[in-house]
Design a protein around this ligand. Structure first.
Ligand SMILES: [Zn+2]
Length: 404
């Protein structure tokens, strides 16, 4: 939710807030005429003109007169972001690492993802690999790019104030100062910010995905673990220690299986990838290739696989009903593996919701597959890195030295 500040006050904070509103709008919604910006910001035409002029001087935007559309009169110039400004997004998952270079405006200029064996990944090797991938990507891109920061999504619980990982049970990490380590591994002197992959998946959905503009959103993503992010009233739910929103570890089955968090019968043990393999009679482990086979069998109507999907969908609905009754979201977004399962589990899932969710809430809540694919949390990591620039463009606009 953006709040504009009326001009009139000469204070620096008003100017900062207004520059932020204009640049954020162009970053999230794309090119706009000055009239569009007046309408969307609520600022006066002369204020918008001055702010666009300042952002142009800082090098963040330019104005381009579009081609005539044939109607009489000259078309209005459109204000656009300069896509030489970039952030670097990174993702650390149980079975893959990814790095992307993302421009102002949210375009992915290039990305790499490498698969890893599903095992505990040593911290040093991970950081080294992330550094190498980043340098390879940057060397293949024009050297005019201005890098503003690095955002990292990790499948673990994060202490944002210290840019460190408290615990990542599925990767086997505990108390890792990841931000500092990544900063040391890069030949660029820019801030590194870290957040939980579920939280960043949710951020990507409200900024660029199926939950765009919504203020109450639950994002769940199933891989080896179940990641989640909860946004209430426009803010990510953090909790006192950063563990809030870890809905994969809601206990749902008193007689259930051990979970990697140390408890038993967590929702993750009933709806994670291992549970799906168990239901279709596959040995544990497996990996993405086996999941692809199961999805292919479901697509051609294999009755055993469809029955397993039904059971899986009921457990998904059972847990989601509790989450929906607790948070009353506008939408639940299913990311990662859950987005791929959605067509096969939605009927059983929805019927559990019909049975268990408060009527009034049930009527308005939607459960939608993410449209961002596997890269959702990566896009969220880029957005997280952009936040410093978007909230204070004047402070971030000074050029930063970097060399590869
Ligand atoms: Zn657990």
């Amino acid at each position: 939710v953006q709040r504009t500040v009326t001009v009139g006050s000469r204070s620096e904070s008003v100017r900062q807030a207004n520059l932020s509103v204009i640049l954020r709008g162009l970053h999230l919604s794309g090119a706009a005429t000055r009239s569009d910006l007046v309408a969307s910001s609520g600022l006066t035409r002369s204020a918008v003109g001055a702010l666009v002029g300042e952002l142009t001087d800082m090098g963040f935007v330019y104005e381009q007169r579009s081609q005539s559309d044939g109607s009489p009169g000259r078309p209005s110039p459109r204000v656009r972001v300069v896509t030489d400004h970039v952030t670097i997004a990174m993702e650390v998952l149980v079975d893959s690492l990814a790095v992307a270079v993302v421009s102002l405006g949210g375009h992915v200029l290039d990305r790499r993802r490498i698969d890893l064996a599903r095992d505990e990944i040593p911290v040093e090797a991970t950081v080294h690999e992330l550094g190498t991938l980043t340098i390879e990507l940057l060397q293949a891109l024009p050297d005019t790019l201005v890098i503003h920061g690095v955002g990292v999504a990790i499948a673990g619980v994060v202490r944002r104030s210290e840019q460190s990982v408290i615990v990542a049970p599925n990767i086997g990490w505990r108390d890792v100062p990841l931000g500092e380590l990544i900063q040391c591994a890069l030949p660029i002197d820019v801030p590194v910010v870290i957040a939980n992959d579920g939280d960043l998946g949710a951020l990507a959905e409200v900024r660029r995905g199926v939950a765009t503009g919504m203020s109450d959103v639950v994002y769940i993503s199933g891989e080896v673990g179940v990641g989640a992010g909860v946004i209430t009233d426009g803010r990510p739910l953090g909790g006192a220690e950063g563990f809030a929103g870890e809905v994969g570890h809601i206990p749902v089955n008193p007689g259930g299986l051990p979970c990697r968090c140390g408890s038993t019968g967590c929702w993750e043990t009933e709806v994670g990838e291992q549970a799906l393999l168990r239901r279709v009679g596959r040995p544990p482990g497996g990996g993405r290739a086996v999941v692809d086979e199961i999805l292919a069998a479901a697509a051609i109507g294999d009755p055993d696989v469809l029955a397993a999907m039904d059971a899986h969908g009921r457990w998904l609905g059972f847990g989601l009903a509790g989450i929906i009754n607790t948070f009353d979201p506008d939408v639940v977004v299913m990311g990662g593996l859950f987005a791929r399962l959605h067509p096969f589990v939605s009927e059983a899932l929805e019927s559990e919701l019909d049975r268990r969710v408060f009527d009034v809430v049930r009527q308005q809540v939607g459960v939608l597959p993410s449209g961002l694919g596997l890269d959702g949390p990566l896009l969220g990591a880029a957005e997280w890195a952009w936040e410093r620039v978007l909230s204070d463009p004047a402070a971030a606009g000074r050029p930063r030295s970097w060399a590869i």
